[in-house]
Write a protein that binds this ligand. Sequence first.
Ligand SMILES: [Zn+2]
Length: 239
Amino acid sequence: MNRHHFTTPFSPQSMPAWRCPHCQDGTLTSIEESLTLSPTAATQELTEQIDCWLPEFEISRFFMKMKCVKCKDPVLCIGITKAVEEHDDEYGWVFSDALVPTYFEPYVPVIRIPSGCPESVSAEVLKASSLIWCSPSSSGNKIRVAVERLMDAQGVPNARDLHVRIKNFSTTHQDVVDKLLAIKCIGNIGSHSDNLELVDVLDAFELLEYCLDELYEGRSARLKALAASINTHKGPPPK
Ligand SMILES: [Zn+2]
């Protein structure tokens, strides 16, 4: 997961390398001519009242089409603009409209889900991906549900609450338990308030990505065996 893909405003000429929701392999590119900007009512009133240009206070809503460079599947993005200062070789420091997404259709996957991950878990992770832009707290709640489904899939017996289930999981998977407890804490806040920010949910996604890689791809064990083989052979392992 690249956090900058989800926290940095973008422009049609400078897009984050979002993965295609359809093929999960190609990246998205903008269809620049489709960008439509509509100033908010407050911005229109401000423009009429004040006889000067105040770009830092002006907000527009935008709509833009994108497509996958590989499979060509279309993706629609809506959001708001944010004035940012950037350096122009001809005019020096100037304001420009950066784009801040609030929704994608279909949604952009936040993390890569291992192929062996059960459908019941991945379904909740995908729901969390769809909500991260417009409702970080709801997204955090869905990641918490994903951990509950993960405990089901791992055969951890039901207990009075998720905390106890995760603790019980520590007898066989100590390496991921602290990460799962941290995800649960973030998810609890998302379930009971609207106080989560996008960066908080990205923390939960990053921790969950680690846990899923460990549980369904055995990354640490695989890399440990690889290092041992290279060290034993003083070079690349036998093919
Ligand atoms: Zn694609």
